[in-house]
Design a protein around this ligand. Structure first.
Ligand code: NOJ
Length: 498
């Protein structure tokens, strides 16, 4: 009797094990795990060791009222002083990659290659070498929004020659760090950068001309990327054997209903935000629908030519195919609907948002992060990956950012764990079920850090930083340990395929 009981129990347990194993799903063996950061958001040391002033130093000092808590990145997480600790946190996390950005003004204080600040170069060489000693690969962002202030005085990204300054700076980076760095991304999120820096005016340098300046900035950024890519191909690739890609950013845009109009609006929205950056680099020009829309509106509005700059044939050739992989920063989803009857507004308002011609909303059931724009809809990531695969012919894709913000002081960050779980499951499905060539995932970010105009009020880190403490003490959160387990096992405990 007793024997039967134990036999039955054993059978039930093994069936449960089989069922559980069926739901435990693993990433491809060479899948890359990483964490991300950026210079202005973590380094601090804004005016030490020869660093030049950049637009964020200037902006936050001049207009503290534009930042939610009036704060700045003068000290931030003090990663300039505490980089060794950061490297150890990355090592203990068990990931194979660390994405960080180079501060242009720390290396070239006046933005040009006329003078190189050796202390800045050494800082990055030290980090890179320490990472390599721990078998961690650097993925380096050349520009993450912190333009040297001197270059703003030359017109910043509205001046086409900025593409040349960027290419010169990138060339120097390839020379200095290229022997150790095999993965480069050029301009972080040109769309978000250009929209906020030159459109809404919320980010440095605070220009508020969204229907014109945003496009000029995007145009220069596309050329900047392509020039840097070609330099790498021509002068460094053979010896250094690395790869260079652009960083795209986008919400997934979901149609409100299945009506043809809503579906077209959603597709158009994707072409607008993702396509404006990716199409020129993959196909050699802006998306045709965008060219038509801005061209038509511009002429109705009395402009002599389109507000969207035109690429020359030479520039199209330079740009076309200028990538080895695409890097995607994905956070959230918007539901889009067309804007009805905008014709009178269209004619009087010169604005990127009117050009786009859709209005975003969201599903109130989606969990809300501390950032007002951030809600969790994990399937949006899978959809975005599929969209990129279909439009750009199955490129290799790194997810270089994905993350969740909360307020200070939450170590037991279950909402972040849920966010990561949900999104990773959708990455896995995209990889295993949809054949998307997604090769890595980087959580944003390693540390709680400076969140641009939100100051220190929206914190994305796997690691808490005590900003009241001059030592900027770091404490790993629950999500750090969750992500460590995923990175080390390469598997998710539960992710049914559907
Ligand atoms: C994207 C940006 O690259 C990064 O700087 C920012 O902190 C995160 N999004 C979160 O907003």
């Amino acid at each position: 009797m007793r024997a039967h009981y134990y036999l039955g129990l054993a059978i039930i347990l093994s069936v449960l094990n089989i069922l559980e194993a069926k739901c435990k799903k693993c990433f491809p063996p060479d899948f890359i795990w990483g964490v991300s950061s950026s210079a202005y958001q973590v380094e601090g040391a804004w005016n030490t060791s020869g660093k030049g002033e950049n637009i964020w130093d200037w902006y936050t000092h001049t207009y503290p009222e534009k930042i939610a808590d009036g704060n700045n990145g003068d000290i931030a997480t003090d990663s300039y002083g505490k980089w060794r600790e950061d490297v150890e946190l990355v090592r203990d996390l068990g990931v194979g990659f660390y994405r960080f950005s180079l501060s242009w003004a720390r290396i070239l204080p006046d933005g040009t290659t006329g003078y190189v600040n050796q202390a800045g170069v050494d800082y990055y060489l030290n980090i890179i070498k320490a990472l390599k000693e721990h078998h961690i690969e650097p993925l380096v962002t050349i520009y993450h929004w912190d333009l040297p202030l001197t270059l703003l005085h030359q017109g910043g990204w509205l001046n086409k020659t900025m593409a040349d300054r960027f290419a010169e700076y990138a060339t120097l980076c390839f020379e200095l760090f290229g022997p150790y760095v095999k993965h480069w991304v050029t301009v972080n999120e040109p769309y978000i950068h250009c929209y906020n820096a030159y459109g809404t005016g919320l980010h440095a340098p605070g220009v508020n001309e969204s229907g014109t300046a945003t496009y000029k900035c995007l145009y220069t950024c596309a050329l900047a990327h392509a020039k840097a890519y070609r330099v790498y191909q021509g002068r460094f690739k053979e010896q250094q054997n690395g790869q260079v890609g652009p960083v795209l950013a986008c919400s997934w845009f979901a149609p409100l209903t299945n009506s043809t109009e809503d579906v077209l609006t959603a597709e158009n929205a994707l072409l607008w935000d993702l396509g404006l950056v990716a199409d020129p680099l993959v196909h050699g020009n802006w998306p045709q629908t965008t060219i038509d829309r801005i061209g038509n509106l511009s002429s109705l509005q009395g402009f002599n030519s389109s507000r969207l700059p035109e690429f020359s044939d030479k520039e199209k050739l330079l740009m076309k195919g200028s990538y080895d992989f695409l890097a995607l920063n994905y956070y959230t989803t918007d539901i889009v609907t067309p804007i009805p009857n905008v014709s009178s507004i269209e004619l009087t308002t010169i604005s990127y948002d009117i050009d786009k011609n859709f209005s975003p909303s969201y599903d109130p059931k989606w969990p809300q992060a501390a950032s007002p724009w951030l809600r969790s809809n994990p399937i949006g990531l899978r959809n975005t990956l599929n969209w990129l695969k279909d439009r750009y012919g199955g490129p290799r894709i790194f997810i270089t950012e994905n993350g969740w913000s909360e307020k200070q002081g939450i170590l037991n960050d279950t909402a972040r764990v849920d966010y990561i779980k949900g999104h990773l499951c959708n990455v896995l499905r995209a990889s295993r079920m949809d054949n998307v060539n997604v090769i890595g995932y980087f959580y944003w970010s390693l540390l709680n850090s400076y969140e641009w105009t939100a100051g220190y009020t929206e914190l994305f880190g796997l690691v808490e930083v005590d900003f009241q403490n001059p030592d900027r003490t770091r404490t790993p959160k629950e999500s750090y340990y969750y992500y460590k387990n995923v990175a080390e096992t390469n598997c998710l405990d539960y992710c049914p395929f559907r």
